[in-house]
Design a binder for this molecule. Structure first.
Ligand code: NI
Length: 170
């Protein structure tokens, strides 16, 4: 089932999400629906709060647009960022309107700990593109969007565009 994605400036996107205590059939169904929604929108990641579930879970697939998929579910993820700064090239988000994209300074390496859908502990190091995606999705769990990382002048211009866009559509 395709789920509705919350769009900025929806204030619910600022919610700090709650840890998950156990995997339920409902959670498994939610994960399935989130993957369907993410692939349908040609996204590489989707966090639970984006579809109005304020729990610490995200799905991602750096190979979303390729033939061989690499879907991942991360429950209660914890990140340790390290290594050099890199610029994400034209980062975007399914919750940010007008197909807005911007470069964001991210870390090139992430040490990740999380649970999977069988409640196994995952622990691994990610580098480059997957590391950028997980930083972006993890931010969502703390109510942060990539546009919160860009320069204030650029942000003000974007917010102006969003206000004009909202006026046209109300
Ligand atoms: Ni996003």
């Amino acid at each position: 089932m395709l789920l509705d994605i919350l769009v900025y400036p929806d204030p619910r996107l600022k919610t700090v999400c709650e840890p998950i205590k156990e995997v339920t059939p409902e959670l498994r169904q939610l994960v399935k629906d989130m993957f369907e929604t993410m692939y349908d929108a040609s996204g590489v990641g989707l966090a639970a709060p984006q579809i109005g579930q304020f729990i610490r879970m995200l799905v991602m697939d750096p190979q979303s647009n390729k033939e061989v998929k690499a879907p991942r579910v991360l429950i209660n993820p914890e990140l340790e960022l390290y290594g050099e700064d890199i610029k994400s090239k034209a980062e975007g988000c399914l919750s940010v309107p007008l197909q807005y994209r911007a470069d964001v300074i991210r870390k090139n390496h992430v040490h990740l700990k999380a649970r999977d859908l069988d409640w196994n502990m995952i622990e691994e190091d990610l580098e480059g593109y997957p590391a950028i995606i997980v930083q972006h999705e993890f931010d969502h769990l703390n109510g942060i969007l990539f546009i919160d990382h860009i320069m204030s002048v650029k942000r003000a211009l974007f917010d102006g565009k969003v206000r004009r866009w909202q006026k046209r559509h109300q």
